[in-house]
Design a protein around this ligand. Structure first.
Ligand code: 5AD
Ligand code: SF4
Length: 433
């Protein structure tokens, strides 16, 4: 029996999909990249932005044919299924789907799948409560050297544009012992890099005053793990103890993902982000002072309701001042049930797109200049494998996530090595061992 899984959205969803893969592989299914030969097709959905919905419903239409011809079992799960209007639509118009599961019922996937295959029952397993933290699910990881470790679930922040708190529930942190045990095992299996995941990692609460900074310090003590990353922190919770942990631990990546969302204090307030433009800039300055060579990446939304040209200029101003290594840019997307969706001053689509293009232009125009700082430096990188386009060239990423290509031999794959950077090519760097 073969299964095919498609993951939409963020790394938390990727990590959930690794668990779903672990569960079905334990049941004897084998992974295939060809959807048409799969006996079981799984979609793990995202609902952060609107366009994913159209894509999913298009796919479901195509799958109906495959099901009629081959009896394929179809399972659709994840964040989108937690939205009441989507669940209703699934119940009304997609009754041929075998399993619909939410974000709180992953641990029941084996049971649900057995019922669907053996008893031919249609399963609708979506619950609206905050799930418990379920430990020790099997997992089939996508990568051999880098692993994601979810440290907390849910979000309490209710940023006014965001659907996540409604579909993922309130914050629940895993116990520190469980996280550390997982990472120690990863190290034994040969993993070199871990990314700690959560919607708001720096509000991690391990109980008994054990905070995110304590967790960072303890993960750093695990032998064999050479690089530690985390996404995403919230600027409002970036306390001094976390900054200190980073400054004191070389293993922690020097690129910090610090979601800005908007550079305008007025828009930030409307977004319920709980910091001002100046507080964000002050935080960046403090981190630059305390953590030598620190770099930043960010998320920015353009076209939030009521955003004026002046507000947008504030965003561009922060982009110029901080010099982000990477910007994940999003056009504001209305999400049913959120506070911002009810606002009357929505921005016309063409203006949103115009601003998106302007932001992209500003960012693009600075990439090469930003890259100059790498030339002549030595960067420690984890060798990922061969370059996609040329099998004589190895590739890896700097700590700051820049692709580096260089000549080298196969035995280096999976190792951390030093590369001297010789050239920059906008979207990648070239170097020598
Ligand atoms: N519209 C556009 N972007 C959004 N994001 C979250 N919600 C929305 C929305 N409704 C972006 C934010 C967040 C990232 C994961 O997705 O920038 O940090
Ligand atoms: Fe959404 Fe804000 Fe929570 Fe991030 S912190 S998941 S943007 S509500």
């Amino acid at each position: 029996m073969k299964y095919h899984i498609t993951t939409m959205g963020c790394q938390l969803n990727e990590n959930d999909s690794e668990k779903i893969s672990g569960i079905v592989e334990n049941m004897g299914y084998e992974k295939t990249e060809k959807i048409e030969e799969a006996d079981l097709v799984i979609y793990n959905t995202c609902c952060v932005r609107e366009n994913a919905e159209e894509r999913l419903f298009g796919k479901l239409g195509e799958l109906k044919k495959q099901k009629e011809e081959q009896g394929t079992i179809i399972a659709i799960g994840g964040c989108m299924m937690q939205e009441p209007h989507i669940l209703e639509k699934m119940k009304q118009s997609y009754n041929y789907i075998d399993i619909v599961f939410g974000t709180h019922t992953l641990h029941k996937f084996e049971e649900d799948l057995k019922k669907a295959t053996e008893k031919k029952i249609k399963i609708r397993d979506v619950i609206d409560i905050d799930g418990e933290v379920i430990e020790d699910l099997p997992i089939k990881r996508n990568d051999k050297y880098k692993a994601s470790v979810t440290i907390m679930y849910g979000c309490n922040n209710f940023c006014s544009y965001c659907i996540v708190p409604y579909v993922r529930g309130r914050e629940r942190s895993r116990k520190p012992e469980k996280i550390l045990e997982e990472i120690k095992n990863l190290s034994k299996e040969g993993y070199k890099e871990v990314t700690l995941l959560g919607q708001n990692v720096n509000s991690y609460n391990g109980g008994n005053e054990y905070k995110f900074s304590n967790l960072l310090n303890d993960v750093c003590k695990i032998d064999g793990i050479e690089k530690i990353r985390f996404i995403s922190p919230h600027p409002k919770d970036f306390t001094d103890d976390v900054i200190e942990s980073i400054a004191n631990n070389e293993k922690i990546s020097r690129i910090i993902h610090l979601p800005l969302q908007s550079g305008s204090t007025k828009v930030l307030k409307e977004m319920n982000r709980k910091y001002t433009k100046q507080q964000y800039l002050d935080l960046v300055d403090k981190m630059k002072e305390k953590i030598p060579n620190v770099l930043f990446s960010t998320d920015i939304i353009v076209g939030f309701p009521g955003e004026t040209e002046e507000d947008f200029e504030d965003t561009l101003d922060v982009v110029r001042k901080v010099n982000f290594e990477q910007i994940f840019m999003f056009i504001y997307s209305r999400r049913k049930g959120t506070v911002a969706d009810k606002k009357e001053n929505q921005i016309p689509e063409e203006i949103k797109h115009e601003r998106f293009e302007k932001l992209k232009e500003l960012y693009d125009s600075r990439v090469s200049l930003n890259n100059q700082k790498y030339i002549g430096t030595t960067q420690r990188i984890l060798v990922d494998g061969y370059s996609k386009n040329d099998k004589t060239i190895l590739t890896g990423r700097t700590d700051s996530n820049k692709v580096v290509n260089f000549y080298g031999t196969e035995n280096l794959i999976g190792k951390m090595i030093d590369i001297k950077i010789t050239e920059e090519h906008k979207w990648y760097l070239k170097g020598e061992i």
